[in-house]
Design a protein around this ligand. Sequence first.
Ligand SMILES: [Zn+2]
Length: 507
Amino acid sequence: MKKILVTILIFLLLLSILTSCAVIKDEVNIGNGFNNNSNGVPIEIETDIDTSKLNLYEINAELNAVSKLLKIQQRVRYINNESIELQELYFHVYANAFKNKDTAPFLFDDFESAYPRGFEPGYTEILSITDNTRANEPLRYSLQGEGETILKIELASPIKPGDYAELSMSYIVHIPPASERFGWGENNFNLGNWYPIAAVYDERDGWNLDKYYAIGDPFYSDSSNYLVTIKAPKDYIIASSGKLLGDRQEEDTRVWEFEANIMRDFAFVANNQFEIAEYDADGTLVKSYYYKNQPERGKQALQIGINSIRLFNEKFGKYPYPTYSIVETEFPSGMEYPGIVYISDQTYDKDANEEWFITIIVHETAHQWWYGLVGNDQIDEAWLDEGFASYSERVYNEKYYGKTIARNQFANNEAVMRSNIGKTRVVKSLSEFEDWNDYGPIAYSKGAVVLNEIRKDIGDEKFFNILQTYFSRYKYKIATTDDFIAVCEEVNGKDMDKFFDKWLYAN
Ligand SMILES: [Zn+2]
């Protein structure tokens, strides 16, 4: 998310070059807001993953739009896929970062735009955590880390490798007035990172218990299965990760049921001013949720989504999920979650820069491949998703605007390389970056340039073969920089240490 200012400037320069002609508008149809064709039909996702080994979240949430809170019952089946016994489990409770101004995940400069209605705390109020497999025996738990965003749960008995624990959590989420990933706005509720999600245990770090950094997208999670029910006032429409199984009216509320299989996270946006346009692209129902008074950009967003899905299916590998939603909401730029992206409502304005609007949608859509499907540790190796998503913009521009325009647009990234900022290492942790002006050029621009240099070195055929091999090998899983290098060397048939030392690790 949050592309950097320097990119905006280049786009302003390119206003006269890029035109809107490539965005075709004739395929769009308007839905009535409810897709009832799919009630109860199981999602069939082609995979060699044993889905019974994925954690399962069953979440029942009730949105109170007046009090700005969610009442939640959450059941988690946590499967120990490690080779050691686990005596305790860790979850991220990202909402707690919003409790105090000191830990709210925004740098000083961003604070005012994050809270246009003033600061109010957001947080998770835990009522109980019990062990389902032991007659709902209460479990000991504690909150720790900066902003108390880490929940440690002590199990009654350790989980053996291959075994599982089943927990029930009861809690209330207090939503802050923030125009951000998590917060409420004029007509919307943005629910990103809103529920306790299991921390990743990996070989390199053990439990990954990073704080909610104010830069980057400081999230890291395993693919899981989700069954989510959301009860909201009946005038609200819910856009979410996963597939709508059905919705029904219950007095003054509407109950929405979603299933999200083999997804890394589950996010949703509720809004009482949504209109929906939808279209099937290669078997994926692409949906555009937009404000009623902005149908032009709303339909254009759908077309950009369709174009992106089709192109990236061809270039990287098939998007396997049944739905993909592009959602207009109060947000500064764009933000990706599996199966759903937030796009800033400011970009839907008729007079707003169209190229910027297109780029954000293409970028966030590319994240469905790079971060959503092929997962990575976004704290330690952000370039693996930001560099790839940024490079995907070039792939899109080549297809829809031609090679010359795409190359000119990309020159901006190369300019970063020649600047002082560009001379630093690509592979580094969020804790090593100062601010967005330090992080953006490295993770996004230099990350994209690294991919372009590989392409220049070995040619189009091998380059896209690398991306396809990397995608098919690591989709639903977690990939590291070393995994990517190994694929490059395999496809290229030779050692590339020197190349990657120079491009990724040299200071
Ligand atoms: Zn991004």
